[in-house]
Design a protein around this ligand. Sequence first.
Ligand SMILES: Cc1cc2nc3c(=O)[nH]c(=O)nc-3n(C[C@H](O)[C@H](O)[C@H](O)COP(=O)(O)OP(=O)(O)OC[C@H]3O[C@@H](n4cnc5c(N)ncnc54)[C@H](O)[C@@H]3O)c2cc1C
Length: 419
Amino acid sequence: MKIEHYPITIIGAGPAGAATALKLDRLGIPCILVDKATFPRDKVCGDGISHRVVDILKRWIDPAIVERFAAAQNIQLDSWGLLVEGTKNNRLDIGYLTYYNKQTDISPGFVCKRWEFDNFLVQEVKNNSLIKFYDNTEIVDFQKNTEGWLINSKNNKLVIQTQLLIVADGAQSRFARLFGGITLDPKHYMASVKAYYKGVSGFHKDNFLEFYFLKNFLPGYFWIFPLPNGEANVGIAIVSEEVSKRKLNLKKCLAEVIETTPKFKARFENAELISEVQGFGLPLGSKKRQLSGDNYLLVGDAASLIDPLTGEGIANAILSGAVAAEQAVQCLKQNDFSATILRGYDERIYRMRGQEFKMSYRLQKWFKSPLFFNTLIWIISKNKPLARTFAYVFNDTHLKKQLLQPSWWWKVLRNKHAV
Ligand SMILES: Cc1cc2nc3c(=O)[nH]c(=O)nc-3n(C[C@H](O)[C@H](O)[C@H](O)COP(=O)(O)OP(=O)(O)OC[C@H]3O[C@@H](n4cnc5c(N)ncnc54)[C@H](O)[C@@H]3O)c2cc1C
């Protein structure tokens, strides 16, 4: 049995693993990247590639990747903002940019099926000689030894001895469960289902992402995201604890929302369901976890880094991959892969995202109240600058922090917005 020796090995080539490999490549460090799937492959997701994903790819990985993605108009749809609707049909349409020209500006965000987006990133990976990529290779065995980890794939197809294992194998990470002590906590986990439709009508002309907060479904939401070729990604998500408390069947809930809400019924009148309705979990960042240990780091969903309010996880998957790559460089320089040095990765991640996770979690709890939610929408709709800033409530730490301060509300209510 031939053993490959590589200092750095990444398991999983979704956004987290691909970003880690691409960042290492840009830093001049070789690595092995392994995925059990053959790409393109599907991933249950809303397919929203937010402006934050675009920003992080540009700033942390490589702006040229964003340019190539923006040019790939056959696989993605440009998306210029979002709309949020409360339980009383009170709705906010908010562009990400104050002024924009769709003919000349690069779109701040996109919608793209993960089948395409993840494959796009994997093609980027394949264009880099420092990354040795193995697809169709499932890692099934992990053994800790003095040099690091010896990992083995199904049928002994590939055996790797590595000093640093970067674990990017997603929400159901076996490694995170077995060695990272990460367990599913229903308070910090979202359940969701999604489906693809064709022929849904009534989209915003600038392809806004649509979020609907429904009275019987708070603090969860229903979404409709437009896709290329007249298709749409449609789904619902809610905290898992609520699913068990209320004994919800999410597939039924999705069908009921579409069939019994008059405005959705009208928009889906000529629509056709073109996929299965698929469910999948979202590990949220609201609970602080240990993200590293001797000779390993967890990134992306394996590290539970999804925003507790919005369910957005691709941006943090890419960011954590980039930070993990920088941490790997430090380890290589010092020839030290111990838990002590790797703790620096946890500290950086929570320094960058910890506050935001806390605030999103608090807001997620407040959003259980239709009164709170509708009042918030009403106040914001009366205040244009505030409305624009609210576009970032799903992404912006600064605004979330303000939403939690009584003094800010006082100023807003007196129409002296403090944004
Ligand atoms: C219904 C739903 C809607 C969502 N909507 C959005 C959205 O609109 N926008 C957004 O930003 N986020 C969204 N998310 C979250 C987003 O999907 C995740 O945060 C993101 O996919 C995390 O990327 P990742 O690379 O960590 O994991 P993944 O994308 O899951 O990739 C993990 C990879 O590891 C591979 N793998 C697993 N086990 C092994 C193994 N043993 N050996 C080798 N390879 C292995 C898999 O094949 C896979 O390719 C949504 C999630 C769900 C469930």
